[in-house]
Write a new protein. Structure first.
Length: 138
């Protein structure tokens, strides 16, 4: 009789663990071979502080006047879309790779980014330190 109660107790624990799983969260699991769509801001934001691959088209770019930071924007409204950020101290690695002006080189091209998603001023971005982190796919 005790063994039967033990098995019931064990089954209840396993059932409880299964029911406690947040199955919709499994939709956000990304393996290294897949890529997140840059326009899916909810999914991109769920990967904050994680290293991911993101694919999308660079819709616009801008370079700041004072700090020479380059923003590659993946949406029509850069205030609400993903941006890839290239800091001035990393531009030399692009020049060494034959990309003199990353802000125009990647504009209107479909690319895959690899990097860590962070939230800055309420929107996601990925810092690109090397040309190896951004690949043109078309």
């Amino acid at each position: 009789m005790k063994k039967n109660n033990f098995n019931k107790h064990k089954m209840l624990i396993v059932l409880g663990l299964l029911l406690s799983l947040n199955l919709p969260a499994l939709a956000f699991i990304n393996n290294n071979n897949s890529s997140i769509d840059a326009e899916n801001m909810i999914l991109v934001s769920n990967y904050t502080s994680k290293n991911v691959k993101i694919t999308g088209t660079v819709c616009s770019s801008q370079i700041t006047d004072h700090s020479k930071v380059i923003f590659l924007n993946f949406g029509k409204n850069f205030n609400t879309s993903l941006s890839a950020v290239i800091y001035d101290f990393d531009i030399h690695s692009f020049i060494d790779a034959g990309i003199d002006k990353p802000e125009s080189y990647f504009n209107n091209k479909k690319v895959t980014l690899t990097g860590v998603v962070r939230i800055n001023n309420g929107k996601p971005e990925i810092v690109i330190n090397s040309p190896k982190q951004i690949q043109i796919i078309n």
